[in-house]
Design a protein around this ligand. Structure first.
Ligand SMILES: Cc1cc2nc3c(=O)[nH]c(=O)nc-3n(C[C@H](O)[C@H](O)[C@H](O)COP(=O)(O)OP(=O)(O)OC[C@H]3O[C@@H](n4cnc5c(N)ncnc54)[C@H](O)[C@@H]3O)c2cc1C
Length: 405
C-alpha cells in the first residue's frame, strides 16, 4: 500500500500543476464567461499533452494511465472550478479511449491524433428525451441504407456538438443506437463513432441547438436531432448489437475521472474557504474559531480525503484491467467508478453551499466566484454521466446482487 504519489506520476502531476496555474487559473472566469473559447483552450491542452492521456502514442496519445488522467483532471479542476476545462479533458480521456479499444485501425489512425492535438472532440451521444437513465430502452435507430448506416432519432443534453463544429477537424459522438428490436433491450444496442464534422466538412443529416445552461458555460450542451446522419460501417465500435457493454465501460471510466474533477473543485472551494474563515473576524474573532464553522471544515476535509482515495482506487483498478491483471474485471471498475462519482460529486456541491455560507452575503455576487463553482458542480449532481440514484443502483446491484436489486 502506497499513499504518496511518486516517481513518474509525481513529475507528471507537477508539470500539469505548473501548466494549470500558468495557463488556466488566471483565465477560468474568462472561460466561464465565454470570453476565452473552449476551442482555444483545447489547442493549449493538446500542446501540453493533456488530451488523450491514456491513448497509445501510436495515435498521438501519451501512453499514460488513468491514474495520471485523474491527477491531471483534479489539477485542471482546481485551476478551472467552473469545470468546463476538466470536463473537456475527462470526456477526451474516456470516449476516445473507447474508440481506441473498440474501433477499426483506419478510423483510430485518422481521428485519435486529431483529438490529441485538440483539433477534434469526441463526446457521448447517449441521453434521449424520454430519459437518460434507462440506456437499454433507447430508441435512436441505426438502419442500413445503400452501404451505410443512417442514424434517426433524438439525443438530448449532449455536450460538445457546437465545439465539434467549431474545431478544425471536427469530431462527433460515441452514439448509442438501436439496431435490434426495442424488446431486445440491451441486446439490440450498437455504438458508432458518429462524426458530425470530418476533415473540416460538416456532415449532412442532423440538426442541433444548444441549451442555455445555468453554469459551466464554457462547454456547451444541447439537443441533437438525427435525420439520417450517414455512418460508414467501419465507424462501428465493437460488434453489431454488442454496444451496451461498450457504452457502460465508457461511462465507468468517465465517472472515475468525473470524481477527480469534483475533488479538484471541492479542494479549490475548501482552500478559498479556509483563507476566508481565518481572516474574516465577526464578534471580535475569526469565524474559524467558532466550532460550527471549523467542525464543518473538518467534516468536509475528511470527506475530501475519502473521495480522493476512492477516485485513485477506481483509476488504479482501470489501469490494472487495461494492463492485463486478471484479478480485476470490468465489474470492479463499474462499482469503483460509481463510488468515486457518488462520493465526490455530492461532496463538491455540499462544499460549495457551505463555503458560500462562510462567505456570507458576498457569495451571492458573481465577483466572489464561489457560485460559479456551485453551478458547475451541479451539472454532475443532477445527472450528467448518470444520476446519483443510478450510482447507488450500480453499487447495490454489484454488491448486494442482481437477484435482489
Ligand atoms: C450539463 C450536462 C451535460 C450532459 N452531457 C451529456 C452528454 O454529453 N451526453 C449525453 O448523452 N447526456 C448528457 N447529459 C445527460 C445526462 O446523462 C442525463 O441527465 C442523465 O443520464 C439522467 O438522465 P435524465 O436527466 O433524462 O433523467 P431521468 O433518466 O429521467 O431520471 C430522472 C430521475 O429519476 C431517477 N431515477 C431514474 N431511474 C431510477 C431508478 N431505477 N432508481 C431510482 N431512481 C431513478 C434519477 O435519479 C433521476 O434523478 C448531460 C446532462 C447535463 C446536466
Amino acid at each position: 500500500m502506497e499513499f504518496s504519489i511518486s516517481g513518474e506520476d509525481k513529475m507528471f502531476l507537477e508539470s500539469v500543476r505548473a501548466f494549470a496555474e500558468r495557463e488556466i487559473a488566471p483565465r477560468w472566469v474568462d472561460i466561464d464567461e465565454r470570453r476565452w473559447p473552449i476551442e482555444e483552450v483545447a489547442a493549449k491542452l493538446g500542446e501540453a499533452g493533456l488530451l488523450g492521456i491514456p491513448l497509445s502514442s501510436k495515435y498521438g496519445g501519451q501512453d499514460g494511465t488513468f491514474l495520471q488522467a485523474a491527477l491531471a483532471v483534479e489539477e485542471l479542476a482546481y485551476a478551472d472550478p467552473s469545470l468546463a476545462t476538466p470536463v473537456y479533458v475527462l470526456l477526451e480521456t474516456a470516449w476516445p479511449f473507447i474508440v481506441q479499444r473498440y474501433g477499426r485501425d483506419e478510423v483510430k489512425e485518422e481521428v485519435l491524433p486529431e483529438v490529441a492535438k485538440g483539433r477534434a472532440f469526441i463526446g457521448i451521444g447517449s441521453t434521449e428525451p424520454q430519459g437518460g437513465s434507462d440506456v437499454a430502452s433507447f430508441q435512436t435507430k441505426a438502419v442500413r441504407d445503400g452501404g451505410v448506416w443512417r442514424l434517426y432519432g433524438e439525443k438530448n443534453m449532449v455536450t460538445g456538438v457546437t465545439t465539434v463544429l467549431n474545431l478544425p477537424y471536427g469530431g462527433g459522438l460515441v452514439a448509442i443506437t438501436r439496431t435490434g428490436r426495442l424488446e431486445d433491450k440491451h441486446r439490440g444496442i450498437t455504438v458508432f463513432l458518429a462524426l458530425l464534422k470530418r476533415r473540416g466538412q460538416r456532415a449532412e443529416g442532423f440538426e442541433h441547438r444548444d441549451w442555455e445552461e445555468i453554469g459551466r458555460h464554457g462547454l456547451p450542451t444541447g439537443y441533437l436531432r438525427l435525420e439520417g446522419l450517414p455512418v460508414e460501417d467501419r465507424f462501428m465500435l465493437g460488434e453489431l448489437n454488442g454496444g451496451f457493454k461498450i457504452a457502460m465501460e465508457g461511462f465507468d471510466l468517465a465517472r472515475t475521472i468525473i470524481g477527480a474533477a469534483s475533488v479538484g473543485a471541492a479542494r479549490w472551494l475548501l482552500d478559498r474557504g479556509l483563507e476566508w474563515i481565518r481572516q474574516r473576524a465577526v464578534f471580535g474573532k475569526p469565524i474559524a474559531s467558532y466550532q460550527a464553522v471549523s467542525f464543518k471544515f473538518a467534516e468536509l476535509y475528511a470527506r475530501l480525503e475519502a473521495a480522493r482515495l476512492a477516485v485513485y482506487k477506481a483509476a488504479w483498478i482501470a489501469d490494472r484491467i487495461y494492463r492485463g491483471d486478471s484479478a480485476f474485471s470490468i465489474k470492479d471498475i463499474a462499482t469503483a467508478g460509481a463510488v468515486a462519482k457518488y462520493l465526490a460529486v455530492s461532496l463538491a456541491v455540499e462544499t460549495a453551499l457551505e463555503v458560500m455560507k462562510w462567505f456570507g452575503g458576498a457569495s451571492y455576487f458573481k465577483e466572489t466566484n464561489v457560485a460559479r463553482v456551485l453551478l458547475g458542480t451541479l451539472s454532475y449532481y443532477v445527472g450528467a454521466e448518470g444520476a446519483e440514484n443510478i450510482m447507488k443502483l450500480i453499487i447495490a446491484r454489484n454488491v448486494v446482487g442482481r437477484d435482489y436489486v
